[in-house]
Design a protein around this ligand. Structure first.
Ligand SMILES: [Zn+2]
Length: 386
């Protein structure tokens, strides 16, 4: 509903993660002996192309991804044809499943272990690993590092990787959500960090469901990351940050499912769904999501926007009823009595209405703004929005 943006800090974190994890695996794959056969010359060249464009594949904007796709279409259109194994290996090397399922803290712990002078099999209670961990955390926030140090020192049980991940994860998300710590200085990157840092509250596709993450001792949940360009068809874009759209489960799994957007469609990082269409309501007619820009058509169809919003027609009906009951003359009369201003009266009648910039903060904000604008007019919308 609103154009999504990615912060510079996120781009730094994602690039670091991609270079640490994906690039190595692609290099390994180039050389690897696979099921008794070496990969073909063409496959090797394809991997070299991916490595050449590693920065764009990690943090390239949608137009850069499209350019890469044009090259692939020209030279490697058949690269996965008749070789499902190669395709699966590429998907595995890009490692989206590892990125999305890894515990918070896992990447950081592996990094500090690698950087410490300890044997590969050293256990995580090793003093050198722990000191390296605190040093890494301090680069980001001293208070955070001290809190984690205290929690680890207070442990009455064996220090294992699992326990450390739990402590790091639970402490870190609080600092990211409440204190805006500089995540780019941290050697940890994970979909939870992305979502706690971005603070998007509702699904950008439907604006009907909350997608706020929870990470606690007793359970965790976060928004799905929808691959705008399908992960199975374009495995090389599976870790591209501009191809990952935090969205609700119903939009990602149930509605979008296997349906695919094409390279002509604009991603939510390029198009403002708010500016491209508006809700319209007329009694006894269905709710309409009027397209002002054709680019929004695919979204409207895939996410069944009109069908979903039909459930909210009573909210629109209620606003219409109020507008008929409290005409502008009536409001003016009441305001002239001097007890309450016109603005306060409208706010009281219409209720909380968000500004354009805050559409994703609460469900149905876009719908409410459009209906208020349609029924009461733009002047009143400007008066009540906050
Ligand atoms: Zn949704």
């Amino acid at each position: 509903m609103q154009k999504l943006t990615i912060s510079k800090d996120e781009l730094i974190c994602h690039k670091k993660y991609f270079y640490d994890n994906v690039v190595d695996k692609l290099n390994q794959m180039k050389e690897e002996y696979r099921d008794g056969t070496y990969i073909s010359r063409k496959q090797r060249k394809f991997l070299s192309l991916c490595l050449y464009y590693k920065k764009q594949l990690a943090i390239g904007k949608p137009y850069q991804l499209r350019k890469i796709q044009q090259i692939i279409d020209k030279k490697y259109a058949d690269i996965f044809e008749k070789d499902e194994k190669f395709k699966n290996a590429v998907e595995k090397a890009f490692g989206y499943d590892d990125f999305s399922s890894a515990n918070l803290g896992c990447y950081l712990l592996e990094y500090v272990k690698k950087k410490s002078n300890v044997r590969q099999h050293a256990s995580y209670d090793n003093k050198e690993i722990l000191e390296k961990l605190y040093a890494e955390l301090e680069k980001c926030d001293i208070e955070l590092a001290n809190e984690i140090r205290t929690k680890i020192e207070d442990l009455n049980t064996n220090i294992t990787k699992k326990i450390l991940e739990k402590i790091i994860g639970e402490t870190l998300v609080v600092y990211i959500a409440e204190k805006d710590i500089p995540i780019d200085r941290l050697r940890e990157w994970n979909p939870y960090i992305m979502q706690f840092h971005r603070k998007i509250r509702t699904c950008p596709y439907c604006n009907r469901q909350y997608i706020t993450p929870i990470y606690s001792k007793t359970g965790k949940t976060r928004a799905d990351l929808d691959h705008f360009y399908s992960k199975s068809r374009y495995p090389y874009f599976s870790m591209s940050i501009y191809n990952l759209v935090p969205s609700c489960k119903s939009c990602n799994s149930s509605l979008k499912g296997m349906k695919e957007f094409s390279f002509e469609d604009k991603t939510p990082y390029e198009i403002s769904m708010d500016d491209s269409a508006e809700f319209r309501y007329w009694p006894s007619c269905k709710i309409e999501f009027f397209e002002k820009d054709k680019a929004i058509h695919a979204y409207k169809e895939v996410f069944k926007i009109e069908e979903s919003y039909e459930f909210h027609r009573n909210d629109a009906k209620d606003l219409l009823r109020k507008s008929l009951r409290y005409s502008s003359d009536r409001i003016r009369e009441l305001a002239e009595m001097g007890y309450i201003s016109e603005k306060e009266l409208y706010k009281f009648i219409i209720g909380k209405t968000s500004t354009k910039e805050k559409i994703l903060e609460e469900p149905l904000n876009k719908f409410k703004r459009d209906i208020v604008k349609e029924i009461f007019g733009e002047r009143i919308l400007k008066m009540v929005e906050e």
